[in-house]
Design a protein around this ligand. Structure first.
Ligand SMILES: [Zn+2]
Length: 197
Protein backbone atom coordinates (compact mmCIF):
# COMPACT_ATOMS: atom_id res chain seq x y z
CA UNK A 1 0.00 0.00 0.00
CA UNK A 2 2.75 2.40 0.97
CA UNK A 3 4.61 1.67 -2.23
CA UNK A 4 1.60 2.33 -4.44
CA UNK A 5 0.87 5.57 -2.60
CA UNK A 6 4.45 6.67 -3.10
CA UNK A 7 4.28 5.79 -6.79
CA UNK A 8 1.01 7.64 -7.14
CA UNK A 9 2.45 10.81 -5.62
CA UNK A 10 5.55 10.51 -7.77
CA UNK A 11 3.39 10.24 -10.88
CA UNK A 12 1.42 13.32 -9.89
CA UNK A 13 4.61 15.30 -9.26
CA UNK A 14 6.01 14.30 -12.62
CA UNK A 15 2.80 15.08 -14.49
CA UNK A 16 2.55 18.47 -12.78
CA UNK A 17 6.09 19.22 -13.90
CA UNK A 18 5.24 18.19 -17.46
CA UNK A 19 2.09 20.29 -17.55
CA UNK A 20 4.22 23.45 -17.33
CA UNK A 21 5.97 22.61 -20.58
CA UNK A 22 3.75 22.90 -23.68
CA UNK A 23 5.69 20.13 -25.42
CA UNK A 24 6.61 17.62 -22.74
CA UNK A 25 9.81 15.77 -23.48
CA UNK A 26 9.38 12.09 -24.18
CA UNK A 27 13.05 11.26 -23.98
CA UNK A 28 14.39 9.83 -20.74
CA UNK A 29 17.56 11.72 -21.46
CA UNK A 30 15.78 15.01 -21.03
CA UNK A 31 13.53 14.03 -18.14
CA UNK A 32 16.44 12.96 -15.98
CA UNK A 33 19.02 15.48 -17.11
CA UNK A 34 19.08 19.08 -15.90
CA UNK A 35 19.27 21.78 -18.49
CA UNK A 36 22.78 22.87 -19.28
CA UNK A 37 23.27 26.58 -18.82
CA UNK A 38 26.86 27.68 -19.27
CA UNK A 39 28.33 31.18 -19.24
CA UNK A 40 29.12 32.48 -22.73
CA UNK A 41 32.84 32.32 -21.97
CA UNK A 42 32.55 28.54 -21.37
CA UNK A 43 30.72 27.95 -24.64
CA UNK A 44 33.39 30.00 -26.44
CA UNK A 45 36.07 27.72 -25.04
CA UNK A 46 34.23 24.55 -26.07
CA UNK A 47 33.08 25.48 -29.56
CA UNK A 48 34.71 26.67 -32.75
CA UNK A 49 34.03 30.31 -33.68
CA UNK A 50 31.44 29.25 -36.28
CA UNK A 51 29.73 26.75 -33.95
CA UNK A 52 29.54 29.46 -31.30
CA UNK A 53 28.22 32.12 -33.67
CA UNK A 54 25.44 29.87 -34.97
CA UNK A 55 24.37 28.00 -31.83
CA UNK A 56 24.85 30.60 -29.13
CA UNK A 57 24.05 33.84 -31.03
CA UNK A 58 21.30 32.47 -33.34
CA UNK A 59 23.48 32.84 -36.41
CA UNK A 60 23.01 31.22 -39.81
CA UNK A 61 25.68 29.41 -41.76
CA UNK A 62 26.27 30.13 -45.43
CA UNK A 63 23.85 28.18 -47.66
CA UNK A 64 25.37 25.49 -49.93
CA UNK A 65 28.56 25.75 -47.87
CA UNK A 66 31.03 23.16 -46.68
CA UNK A 67 28.67 21.95 -43.93
CA UNK A 68 25.92 21.31 -46.45
CA UNK A 69 28.30 19.43 -48.70
CA UNK A 70 29.31 17.26 -45.74
CA UNK A 71 25.64 16.68 -44.87
CA UNK A 72 24.79 15.51 -48.37
CA UNK A 73 27.55 12.92 -48.26
CA UNK A 74 26.61 11.55 -44.84
CA UNK A 75 24.96 8.14 -44.77
CA UNK A 76 22.62 6.64 -42.18
CA UNK A 77 23.14 7.81 -38.66
CA UNK A 78 22.07 10.04 -35.81
CA UNK A 79 22.56 13.78 -35.48
CA UNK A 80 23.45 15.05 -32.01
CA UNK A 81 23.62 18.57 -30.57
CA UNK A 82 27.14 19.87 -31.17
CA UNK A 83 26.97 21.74 -27.84
CA UNK A 84 25.63 19.17 -25.37
CA UNK A 85 25.49 15.80 -27.16
CA UNK A 86 21.70 15.30 -27.06
CA UNK A 87 20.06 13.33 -29.90
CA UNK A 88 18.14 15.72 -32.19
CA UNK A 89 17.63 14.23 -35.66
CA UNK A 90 18.24 11.00 -37.57
CA UNK A 91 18.90 10.20 -41.20
CA UNK A 92 15.43 8.55 -41.40
CA UNK A 93 13.83 12.00 -41.59
CA UNK A 94 16.50 13.59 -43.79
CA UNK A 95 15.30 14.76 -47.21
CA UNK A 96 16.52 16.88 -50.09
CA UNK A 97 14.71 20.21 -50.09
CA UNK A 98 17.11 22.10 -52.34
CA UNK A 99 17.28 25.05 -49.92
CA UNK A 100 21.02 24.82 -49.30
CA UNK A 101 20.80 23.82 -45.65
CA UNK A 102 20.40 20.36 -44.06
CA UNK A 103 16.70 19.48 -44.11
CA UNK A 104 14.66 17.02 -42.06
CA UNK A 105 10.90 16.50 -42.25
CA UNK A 106 10.71 15.73 -38.53
CA UNK A 107 12.84 15.64 -35.41
CA UNK A 108 14.11 12.37 -33.97
CA UNK A 109 11.78 10.23 -31.85
CA UNK A 110 13.81 11.34 -28.84
CA UNK A 111 11.80 14.57 -29.14
CA UNK A 112 14.57 16.87 -27.94
CA UNK A 113 13.95 19.77 -30.32
CA UNK A 114 11.99 22.75 -29.01
CA UNK A 115 9.93 24.98 -31.32
CA UNK A 116 9.36 28.65 -30.49
CA UNK A 117 7.53 31.15 -32.66
CA UNK A 118 9.50 34.33 -33.35
CA UNK A 119 7.91 37.40 -31.74
CA UNK A 120 6.93 38.76 -35.19
CA UNK A 121 5.12 35.49 -35.94
CA UNK A 122 6.91 34.95 -39.25
CA UNK A 123 9.15 32.05 -38.37
CA UNK A 124 9.46 29.26 -35.82
CA UNK A 125 12.90 28.87 -34.28
CA UNK A 126 14.13 25.42 -33.28
CA UNK A 127 16.53 24.92 -30.40
CA UNK A 128 18.01 22.08 -28.33
CA UNK A 129 15.78 21.42 -25.32
CA UNK A 130 18.71 20.79 -23.02
CA UNK A 131 21.19 23.57 -23.81
CA UNK A 132 19.08 26.03 -25.85
CA UNK A 133 21.47 25.83 -28.81
CA UNK A 134 20.00 27.60 -31.84
CA UNK A 135 19.62 24.98 -34.58
CA UNK A 136 17.62 26.75 -37.29
CA UNK A 137 13.91 27.12 -38.16
CA UNK A 138 10.97 24.90 -39.05
CA UNK A 139 8.55 25.68 -41.88
CA UNK A 140 5.14 24.08 -42.43
CA UNK A 141 3.05 23.36 -45.49
CA UNK A 142 5.51 24.18 -48.24
CA UNK A 143 4.25 21.33 -50.40
CA UNK A 144 7.03 18.82 -49.85
CA UNK A 145 5.91 15.26 -50.48
CA UNK A 146 7.11 14.02 -47.10
CA UNK A 147 5.09 12.40 -44.29
CA UNK A 148 4.82 15.72 -42.42
CA UNK A 149 5.18 18.40 -45.10
CA UNK A 150 7.43 20.21 -42.65
CA UNK A 151 10.98 21.40 -43.24
CA UNK A 152 13.39 21.62 -40.35
CA UNK A 153 15.98 23.91 -41.92
CA UNK A 154 19.05 23.26 -39.80
CA UNK A 155 22.55 24.65 -39.64
CA UNK A 156 24.90 21.74 -40.28
CA UNK A 157 27.45 23.26 -37.93
CA UNK A 158 25.02 22.79 -35.01
CA UNK A 159 24.94 19.02 -35.55
CA UNK A 160 27.31 16.20 -34.79
CA UNK A 161 26.67 13.26 -37.15
CA UNK A 162 27.47 9.77 -35.89
CA UNK A 163 27.23 7.00 -38.52
CA UNK A 164 24.70 4.22 -37.80
CA UNK A 165 26.00 1.84 -35.16
CA UNK A 166 28.64 4.31 -33.95
CA UNK A 167 28.93 5.34 -30.32
CA UNK A 168 26.77 8.25 -29.15
CA UNK A 169 28.79 11.26 -28.03
CA UNK A 170 29.08 11.76 -24.30
CA UNK A 171 26.38 14.04 -22.96
CA UNK A 172 27.92 17.27 -21.74
CA UNK A 173 28.33 16.86 -18.01
CA UNK A 174 30.21 19.37 -15.94
CA UNK A 175 31.68 18.64 -12.60
CA UNK A 176 31.35 22.23 -11.50
CA UNK A 177 29.60 22.99 -8.25
CA UNK A 178 26.99 24.97 -10.13
CA UNK A 179 25.97 22.04 -12.32
CA UNK A 180 25.93 19.63 -9.39
CA UNK A 181 23.68 22.03 -7.53
CA UNK A 182 21.30 22.21 -10.49
CA UNK A 183 21.21 18.43 -10.72
CA UNK A 184 20.18 18.24 -7.09
CA UNK A 185 17.47 20.84 -7.60
CA UNK A 186 16.03 18.92 -10.54
CA UNK A 187 16.19 15.61 -8.69
CA UNK A 188 14.56 17.16 -5.63
CA UNK A 189 11.70 18.48 -7.76
CA UNK A 190 11.22 14.99 -9.19
CA UNK A 191 11.43 13.43 -5.74
CA UNK A 192 14.50 11.36 -6.58
CA UNK A 193 17.49 10.99 -4.33
CA UNK A 194 20.80 11.78 -5.98
CA UNK A 195 23.67 9.40 -5.42
CA UNK A 196 26.92 11.26 -5.00
CA UNK A 197 29.92 9.72 -6.74
ZN1 LIG B 1 22.18 20.85 -26.80
Amino acid sequence: MKTSLFLLSLVSIVSTACAEDKQPAKSDQVMTQPKIDLPESEWKKRLTDEQYRVTRTAGTERPNGAEYEKFNKQGDGIYYCVCCGLELFTSNEKFHSGCGWPSFYDQSKANNVKETADPDGHRVEVTCKRCDAHLGHVFDGEGFKTPTNRRFCINGVALNHVPAGGPAPKLLELGSAEVEKKKEEVAKEAGVEVKKP
